[in-house]
Design a protein around this ligand. Structure first.
Ligand code: C2O
Length: 495
């Protein structure tokens, strides 16, 4: 009796010591913007807000009295709609430089949240809104206020931002309203190539009459892959959790690398550098389409719930100047439903919904296989690996596993660099499919931005399509296309 009591006490003490050493599971908290701490870290842009607020008000949803704003495809606006938008933007540009509604101040609002300028409340670490589950949420809130400010400037409570419908062949180039160099909506330094075609992710071609239909079809495939095939759960769709105190870029979701970053890059000029991107008015149409894709995702039954039960997601908050010239703190829980925010998207066809993935046949000479850790046939290539050229790895999997995810872990780079690599999943000795890609956009900052992130892709559908359901191994191939040698990969696994 006595000895077992001693044993129990010992066990309890050991457990207590263990907990003291490793800490109790820390109570996590949502991220929140510090209104009094913003650092101008940029060589050329000062992104921090010019005006310090005397008071911050909590955001309240407006009563649903006015009619819903209807966001329409930018290429389909009629003359009156286009003129309204043009006029509102011109008025915004004409405001005094330090007015919170001024066009450049508005653009800086984006910059401050993607350059390490804004800080997390009370923590003095950067608040970055890309590369995590707040990618969709922050940009929705941003557009919400931007749209209402424009409406206020022209005295129109139904004014709605247009969306750049690049997921439909009719919208796969720079929409006409953004092309006229005398317009407030233009950015004369964009490459002309975007007038013909905008690449959603590896569909570049020579943009001739003969090649354009194929390029457009390729874009639709990218949409299908990024929206349907590779991201079959809300956590994959949104990206990784980002809580108070976390490092930036825990891992972006489905749409962020492609088509999002790809469209930025191919629009060129300001749009291709995150910290400058919102200086091109087309930014807002681009992000309206991203936002629309999120709304479509939410409307699919069964989606969303997993993420939404997380308080650190729902209670995260951001600061924006609203259309009444107040600095407002808005919580993520208020931006989940666009109708509650007073707007909807015009319904247009989704030609990418029901496509079939293209399986490429690969000749064995195309594949240089580097063996994975626990592959008995050990090869020359070891992780961590600097991606300098295409590399293939045998990766083990469990036959019959449900919801398989491919994880490319410990992706390290200087966050200022533009980096793009593609990820293929193939059957050993058989065909392969492009399963996804990693795209990081250029940023401007004085110092190296140490970045460590991961890419996760749902591969259940791809495994079926290459016929590898019964296989213990698949071949994963990483193909660097931009920024060779500038990115290190820590490992590739299937979980
Ligand atoms: Cu905040 Cu499209 O980037």
């Amino acid at each position: 009796m006595a000895s077992s009591w001693v044993t129990i006490t010992h066990a309890a003490v050991a457990m207590a010591l263990l907990l003291m050493q490793f800490g109790f599971p820390a109570r996590s908290k949502p991220v929140s913007t510090d209104p009094n701490n913003c650092l101008n870290l940029m060589p050329e842009l000062k992104c921090c807000p010019d005006r310090n607020p005397k008071k911050i008000v909590d955001f309240k949803l407006q009563p649903q009295s006015s009619p819903l704003r209807v966001r329409r495809p930018a290429h389909a606006l009629d003359t009156e709609e286009a003129q309204k938008y043009e006029r509102a933007t011109a008025l915004m540009r004409a405001l005094p430089d330090n007015h919170p509604w001024n066009f450049v101040q508005q653009a800086n609002t984006h910059c401050a949240y993607c350059s390490g300028s804004h800080r997390q409340l009370g923590l003095n670490i950067s608040f970055e809104i890309h590369g995590s589950w707040h990618f969709f949420t922050w940009h929705r809130a941003y557009l919400y206020f931007y749209e209402r400010i424009l409406g206020k400037l022209i005295n129109d409570t139904t004014f709605a931002l247009p969306f750049w419908n690049w997921d439909d062949p009719s919208g796969m180039s720079i929409p006409p309203i953004y092309r006229d160099n005398s317009s407030s909506l233009s950015n004369p330094t964009r490459y002309l190539i975007g007038l013909k075609f905008i690449d959603l992710g590896g569909c570049e071609g020579n943009n001739t009459v003969e090649s354009l239909p194929m390029q457009r079809q390729c874009n639709l495939q990218v949409m299908h892959r990024q929206f349907i095939a590779g991201f079959n759960s809300s956590s994959l769709f949104y990206g990784s959790p980002y809580r108070a105190g976390d490092n930036s870029f825990p891992g972006g979701g489905a749409i962020e690398s492609s088509p999002h970053s790809s469209v930025h890059r191919f629009t060129s000029s300001d749009m291709s550098i995150v910290t400058r991107a919102a200086r091109d008015p087309i930014f807002f149409a681009h992000h309206a389409n991203i936002d629309r894709l999120w709304a479509i995702w939410e409307s699919i039954p069964g989606n969303g719930s997993k993420v939404f039960n997380d308080k650190d997601f729902l209670e995260a908050s951001f600061l924006f100047w609203d259309e009444n010239m107040q600095l407002v703190r808005i919580m993520v829980r208020d931006v989940i439903d666009t109708r509650k925010l007073g707007y909807v998207y015009e319904q247009v066809p989704l030609p990418w919904m029901n496509l079939k993935t293209v399986v490429e046949e690969v000749g064995s000479e195309d594949v240089t296989v580097a063996m994975g850790e626990d592959d008995s046939r050990k090869g020359e290539v070891k992780f961590p690996l600097v991606l300098s050229s295409q590399v293939s790895v045998h990766v083990g999997r469990k036959v019959g596993a449900k919801g398989e995810k491919l994880v490319v872990s410990d992706i390290e780079l200087d966050g200022r660099d533009h980096v793009w690599f593609k990820v293929y999943v193939g059957r050993v000795g058989g065909g392969r499919v492009e399963a996804g890609c990693f795209i990081h956009m250029e940023r401007r900052a004085n110092e190296r931005i140490n970045m460590a992130t991961k890419l996760q892709i749902g591969i259940t559908q791809f495994i079926e399509e290459i016929g590898a359901d019964g296989d213990d191994w698949v071949v994963v191939t990483l193909v660097p296309t931009v920024g060779r040698n500038k990115v290190t990969v820590g490992g590739v696994s299937i979980v």
